[in-house]
Design a protein around this ligand. Structure first.
Ligand code: SD4
Length: 295
């Protein structure tokens, strides 16, 4: 029997996002509208340093954003390397709805956002600017594992009709090179779903998730009959095996969430410290700790 609706999203900031998305779903909004409304909360929160407004900038002091959204008909919208727009998830939704394309990047994404009525604003908060200036003192790129329990917000949803949808939004890796794009806006890497099977999304070091087509692989394992938990675990282990002797291993963290067509969910991460928010009728809104491979 299918359990629905169900929402799952990454990290502590997933909880207020889930609560808002849940409210929207219960008010009869579409899955895409509900995802957008929920994800706008961490995007707008200056204290969340890994998403949207207030996110850590790149090494040139520029906040550059990645986001995507996908519906049950495999329609996708994505923006990457977008600057100056507070709600990249909303722009991604407009790419899905109002363009013949899946992905818009950089200046082109900004131009599209402005044409859709979005306002350009400064996303670098005084706190982020201060941290960036401090970082410039030794300018070492070393991603932080479980950055203040935040990182990307990725959300998966099974709506009341039993259809899957998902989204991701992030300011990416702090102190990245200018122009760097992570896994989060890439369909198949940071997010993937097949409405016949299930949905998966990633958080953590995007390079590792892209190298392994992470979320797409989690969905394929579910297609072959694996539970969400076993699928997330197997792909996390694959990522570990591929990176055992890699220079990224020192600071490598990846985490996956997955939700199948029956409403069963799971999360799993390489290192400890990953958690996710889950919402359903049976147990309300709560946080769950992911199982992990190593501490
Ligand atoms: C990315 N998965 O851009 C996102 C978030 C992150 O270190 O910053 N990870 O890779």
């Amino acid at each position: 029997k299918q359990k629905k609706p169900v929402i799952i999203s990454t990290w502590n900031h997933g909880l207020p996002a889930n609560e808002e998305s849940w409210k929207q779903l219960k008010a009869g909004k579409s899955a895409l509208d509900a995802i957008e409304a929920g994800m706008k909360i961490p995007e707008a929160d200056p204290n969340i340093r890994s998403v949207g407004y207030g996110g850590y900038p790149d090494r040139e002091g520029k906040v550059t954003l990645d986001a995507c959204i996908m519906d049950h008909n495999s329609n996708c919208g994505s923006v990457c390397f977008l600057q100056g727009i507070k709600h990249p998830i909303s722009v991604a939704k407009r790419v899905l709805q109002n363009t013949p394309h899946v992905m818009l990047a950089g200046q082109g994404a900004l131009q599209f956002a402005l044409s859709e009525g979005f306002k350009e604003e400064n996303l670098l908060t005084p706190e982020s600017e201060k941290d960036w200036k401090k970082w410039l003192e030794d300018s070492k790129y070393k991603p932080v594992i479980n950055i203040e329990n935040h990182d990307t917000i990725s959300m998966l949803m099974l709506d009341k009709d039993g259809n899957l949808a998902g989204g991701c939004t992030t300011s990416g890796a702090a102190w990245k090179m200018h122009g760097r794009v992570g896994d989060s806006p890439i369909i198949g890497a940071g997010l993937f779903l097949d409405n016949e099977v299930g949905a998966a999304a990633a958080t953590g070091l995007g390079e590792a998730v892209i190298r392994t087509a992470g979320s797409a692989m989690v969905v394929e394992l579910m297609r072959q009959g694996k539970s969400p938990y076993d699928a997330c675990k197997e792909i996390t282990e694959r990522i570990y095996n591929k990176h055992k002797n890699h220079k990224d291993m020192e600071y490598l963290q990846v985490g996956f969430i997955a939700l199948n067509k029956n409403g069963e969910h799971a999360g799993y991460s390489l290192r400890s410290g990953f958690n996710f928010a889950v919402s359903d009728d049976e147990n309300g809104h709560r946080m769950e700790d992911a199982k992990f491979k190593m501490s």
